[in-house]
Design a protein around this ligand. Structure first.
Ligand code: FE
Length: 184
């Protein structure tokens, strides 16, 4: 009898902890996403590139087209930049828009190139993505509208964000003198 009462108390305490944790996490998510939503659609100073679907198909490789134009995802640990540490900038593989800097790139262990910030907030757009039964925030190039990846609220300081980007959506431009560009 005593044991059953003890067990019930333990379960109640654990349940309360789970509810409080879920509540805090939900509010943190709402806060982060609210901040991102304010940036979405802000395309000031960004040149708009409008191509037909046929033109995109002709100008991109099959894998680039699948990821960039059809919201695809490259397999984890397969891309050319997830384990790459060159110093420079990452440009949109579809239009050349400057997106990320090696200064904010870090090893997240996710298998995709990860950044905790963008070079300029107006160069990317974000929007809610409800595919695969999940609520995620999709990251798109503000210039050409191509799909780049997603942003999650589990990144390091100072932003707490993790921009999880497909390698195939990026082209690296080195700022080191010996190595001009790393493109395939
Ligand atoms: Fe682009």
């Amino acid at each position: 009898m005593m044991f059953r009462r003890f067990l019930t108390s333990i379960i109640s305490v654990l349940l309360i902890i789970v509810i409080i944790t879920a509540y805090i996490k939900y509010h943190t998510l709402q806060h982060v996403y609210a901040g991102l939503d304010q940036n979405s659609g802000d395309t000031t100073m960004v040149n708009q590139i409008n191509k037909t679907d046929k033109e995109w198909q002709e100008s991109l490789t099959d894998e680039q087209y699948r990821v960039l134009r059809q919201c695809g995802t490259e397999p984890p640990y397969s891309g050319k930049y997830y384990d790459f540490d060159g110093e420079g900038q990452y440009l949109c593989a579809a239009c050349g828009n400057v997106l990320f800097s090696s200064e904010t790139k870090y090893h997240s262990g996710s298998g995709w190139p990860s950044f905790y910030d963008v070079i300029d907030e107006s160069n990317v757009k974000t929007q809610e993505d409800h595919s695969l039964g999940m609520k995620r925030i999709e990251v798109l190039c503000a210039s050409c509208g191509s799909h780049l990846g997603h942003v999650f609220p589990d990144g390091p300081n100072p932003t707490g964000l993790r921009y999880c980007i497909n390698s195939v959506a990026l082209n690296f431009k080195s700022t080191q003198k010996s190595d001009s560009t790393h493109q395939k």
